[in-house]
Design a protein around this ligand. Structure first.
Ligand code: FES
Ligand SMILES: [Fe+2]
Length: 440
């Protein structure tokens, strides 16, 4: 449970709020690069940390993220002409480049030098790993980008995904560090006898009450959730929260998989969840035996159908199953053993976190032992925020290498120190097929 004040501090992200300022110290994923497919393509409305912005790709391919309201008299630059190195407001023709410089003021007398004095608010953007990252913070020179392993993957080995979640960022993120819900919400319809024996999924559905160990780290918090595996062994799911809104999930095999997600607040009531992950390569395909996916014909699809994007502020990456249609819940399937009757893992998550309300009132909750990771992450964030307010640099901002860590599932002998035993497996850029063979 949080006090009302703590809940407000953690959930509000607009300009000038404590968490909003904290998050602005970091690079923030704003769009998929593919949303701006070519030079001079159509501009995109981007709501980011409570700010209305217009993204565009100029004639040279550079990405700009500029204030929505034209600095002249406030018409939306969304309607602008994206041409010859800048975005031109169609009201009076003022034109701005990706840095917010005014390039042209064609309705002013030629002798006017006003255009040199004016600057639109524009945020630096860089592209990495299929994402456009923006820096909305106070530094004249932005910090380095976080060095997630998945960002370094070549395009052919990487998959990028984005989805809109219509609720506050923190409850959406908390759903991703809450491993015990998977055994119900996602795998509730799967019995052990439906699953290939001695696989990750088999152990996960045999024991749906994992025990947690949780540790603070320099980047945030790491957990290991364990349950019995083969005689004398335990199946561990190891995953991370990384400041300020990143997670790494344990769905794959530790030592193979590279994945991270960013739970980016659009505003206090909308979140755009980005994921970047390594595609499972053919050479590793047979290792899927140890992944939770593909172990049972009853395993639900990860994603449900999407609606086409529209140009509104919240028109990007919407699920076809949403609150308007009760997430397409099928009560007959629910009764017949599908557990939720809601199609697709991602929609199941979305249904639960959105149904908590736009910002869940955490004074109402009753946290239990299985919520230990969520409790620790909130404490970690509140502590980091307090130190930030006394002048400390937020975790990871100047240490991009802290983000070089891996998540995933692993089998360890009972009694093994899970942190020491997985130290090497959590190091990116090396695969470890031999380790897994030995353990299982
Ligand atoms: S409002 Fe944009 S040029 Fe006048
Ligand atoms: Fe989930």
């Amino acid at each position: 449970m949080l006090s009302r004040e703590e809940n407000d501090i953690l959930t509000r992200v607009g300009p000038g709020t404590p968490m909003g300022q904290f998050m602005r110290e970091y690079w923030v994923p704003a769009l998929l690069s593919s949303e701006l497919p070519k030079p001079d393509c159509d501009p995109v409305r981007v709501m980011l940390l409570g700010e209305r912005l217009i993204a565009f790709r100029d004639s040279a391919g550079r990405v700009g993220l500029i204030q929505n309201h034209c600095p002249h008299r406030g018409a939306s630059l969304f309607y602008g002409r994206n041409e010859e190195g800048g975005l031109r407001c169609v009201y009076h023709g003022w034109k701005f480049d990706v840095a917010g410089r005014c390039l042209d003021m064609p309705n002013e007398p030629p002798e006017s030098d006003f255009k040199h004095k004016l600057r639109a608010r524009a945020y630096p953007c860089v592209e990495r790993g299929g994402l456009v990252w923006a820096y909305l913070g106070p530094r004249a020179t932005p910090p380095p980008l976080p060095e997630f392993e998945a960002l370094a993957l070549p395009e052919a080995e990487r998959s990028n995904f984005a989805s809109l979640v219509e609720c506050n960022w923190l409850q959406a993120l908390e759903g991703d560090i809450d491993t015990s819900h998977a055994g119900f919400l996602h795998w509730g319809g799967i019995a052990p006898e439906d699953v290939t024996p001695d696989t990750f999924l088999y152990w996960a559905v045999k024991d749906r009450a994992p025990r947690y160990e949780v540790v603070d780290t320099a980047y945030g918090v790491m957990y290991g959730a364990y349950r019995p595996a083969a005689q004398g062994y335990r199946y561990w799911r190891i995953a991370q929260f990384l400041c300020p809104f990143f997670t790494q999930t344990p769905e794959g095999v530790l030592g193979y998989h590279a994945v991270f997600k960013a739970w980016v607040p659009m505003d206090d009531h909308h979140t755009l969840a980005f994921s970047v992950r390594r595609r499972v390569l053919d050479a590793l395909g047979n290792r899927q035996r140890f992944s939770v996916e593909g172990q049972s014909s009853k395993y639900p699809p990860v994603r449900a159908a999407r609606l086409p994007n529209h140009t509104g502020w919240f028109g990007r990456f919407r699920s076809e199953a949403n609150a308007e249609n009760d997430y397409q819940i099928d009560r007959s399937r629910q009764r017949a053993g599908d557990y939720t009757g809601i199609p697709g893992i991602q929609t199941q998550d979305q249904a639960m976190t959105e149904s908590m309300g736009p910002i869940y009132d955490r004074t109402e909750e009753h946290l239990a032992v299985s919520d230990v990771m969520i409790i620790r992450v909130r404490r970690r964030l509140l502590g980091a925020l307090r130190r930030y307010e006394t002048g400390e640099v937020p975790p990871g901002v100047d240490q991009p290498e802290l983000y070089l860590t891996r998540s995933g599932g692993v089998v360890l002998p009972e009694g093994a120190d899970w942190i020491a035993a997985t130290d090497e497996l959590r190091r990116p850029f090396t695969d470890h097929p031999e380790r897994l063979e030995r353990w299982v």
